[in-house]
Design a protein around this ligand. Structure first.
Ligand SMILES: NC(=O)c1ccc[n+]([C@@H]2O[C@H](COP(=O)([O-])OP(=O)(O)OC[C@H]3O[C@@H](n4cnc5c(N)ncnc54)[C@H](O)[C@@H]3O)[C@@H](O)[C@H]2O)c1
Length: 414
């Protein structure tokens, strides 16, 4: 793609969005009303959200929009009677729907975000906020002009370990922090690539609206493998930094109240998953923050011994969050949050295990739809964590350290 075409593409990427200040369809919710919500993108994560929604009594999921026919049956198995639509705009037109949960692939987030706000609906949007920095700027700007309640699907913002961490830092138990180390590791059986999904026989051009999926990207013939495995390709994905690092970097930014990074460096490559994918499976990231803090993140797909974790290294103590053997995404792991004093400076300090309760992130969004308060993972955090993740990818692809200023003017690459 030429530079001029890429510039045009960026301008058009999230086009189709009208006035943000008009809220044509917002219902006024009474104290006993159940909030009526629709899902856009009822794939793997969308179906997780449907199951989670069943546990929130004040929430009723009434509709699902998707472009792959198979998803309608899958959604109906979870929510019998759910209405289904093959064009998400028909759901946005509905006056009896209060909120939209977006769980579409990354490259569609900006469009679904902007159109949801323009339609006057509250929004739960899966991470990462957007596929590119210009789209993140657009969505953040739109949110500032809107009074809609927007929760980003960074669910660890609602969990106990972050509350414990914030409490310990505020109490002075951690002291001056100049470094945070974090990691995320996975493995898969021989012959099975990490993230790879097999193509079912019903994944055909007749059953998938490929044009709606590619969303203005250069015309390519229907490719069922890419449609299902969009995570592996830059055209649709940001790879593991937008799939997983973003959860951890948002958590660290939130814990330490960090601004946008000043610079990023990312190295690595496609070293273990040699299946034609474009996004790296082995990654080492360094993020420099303006207030004298360096955050590192490393990731592999061929060893899971150390699971996933974050260590905040302070002059008075260390906070260690560890989720063993699995990941923050499925939640199927032994997690722990612990504090250890630095004896050299806090000889009378004691080690502590966190015990703050976790909140249901979806329920927090629904509560905020009633109270009109800001939810636990606001757009601003989605924006900061998205920019950090994209800075890493830009550095990786340009094979050099990249500053925030350089990243903001870099053209997104397919
Ligand atoms: N918060 C978390 O822990 C978490 C976990 C997993 C995934 N996610 C995020 O959820 C999102 C979806 O991931 P996934 O694994 O479910 O992907 P998926 O491919 O399984 O599901 C995406 C769905 O969107 C549909 N879709 C594609 N184009 C569409 C369009 N134009 N309109 C409506 N629907 C469309 C697809 O048909 C598919 O059913 C990603 O952004 C991912 O990062 C978040």
């Amino acid at each position: 793609m030429t530079e001029a075409t890429r510039r045009d593409f960026i301008k058009q990427a999230a086009a189709g969005t009208a006035a943000f200040l008009a809220y044509p369809t917002a219902r006024v919710l009474g104290a006993n009303d159940r909030v009526r919500v629709a899902i856009v993108g009822a794939g793997s994560r969308g179906q997780d959200l449907l199951r989670q929604a069943l546990e929130v009594p004040s929430l009723q999921v009434v509709a699902a929009a998707d472009i792959y026919a198979r998803r309608f049956d899958e959604a109906r198995k979870i929510v019998p009677g759910i209405e289904t639509f093959s064009d998400y705009r028909r759901v946005l037109d509905r006056k009896d729907i209060d909120g939209i949960m977006v769980a579409s692939p990354l490259h569609l987030h900006a469009r679904h975000f902007l159109d949801t706000l323009a339609a006057g609906k509250d929004l739960y949007s899966e991470k990462t906020l957007t596929w590119s920095i210009p789209e993140a700027e657009q969505c953040f700007a739109a949110s500032k002009q809107s009074d809609r309640v927007i929760q980003i699907g960074l669910q660890h913002e609602s969990e106990g370990p972050l509350a414990d961490t914030k409490k310990w830092i505020a109490n002075g138990m951690v002291g001056k922090v100049t470094q945070v180390e974090s990691w995320m590791s996975r493995n898969s059986p021989h012959g099975k690539g990490q993230w790879v999904r097999p193509v079912p026989s019903d994944c055909t051009a007749q059953n998938v609206d490929w044009k709606a999926f590619v969303n203005g990207r250069p015309e390519t013939p229907f490719d069922p493998y890419k449609f299902l495995n969009w995570r592996l390709y830059w055209m649709f994905s940001g790879g593991n930094v937008t799939e997983n690092m973003v959860h951890q970097i948002a958590w660290i930014m939130s814990a330490l109240d960090l601004p946008l990074p000043a610079a990023a460096f990312m190295s690595g490559g496609v070293f273990s998953e040699k299946d034609g994918r474009e996004v790296p499976d082995t990654i080492a990231v360094t993020l420099d923050f303006p207030n004298d803090i360096v955050v590192t993140w490393q990731s592999t797909f061929s060893n899971r011994r150390y699971g996933l974790g974050q260590r905040i290294l302070g002059s008075e103590g260390t906070i260690e969050y560890v989720a063993t053997a699995n990941d923050m995404v499925t939640g199927k792991s032994q997690e722990s949050i612990r504090y250890y004093p630095e004896e050299i400076n806090r000889s009378n300090g004691v080690a502590v295990t966190g015990e703050s309760p976790s909140q249901n992130h979806l329920a927090n969004w629904i509560e905020c739809m009633g109270s009109r308060k800001a939810p636990n993972a606001p757009v601003e955090l989605g924006y900061r964590s998205a920019v950090a993740a994209h800075m890493c990818n830009i550095s990786y692809r340009q094979k050099r350290r990249i500053t925030l200023e350089e990243a903001k003017v870099a053209l997104p690459e397919f």
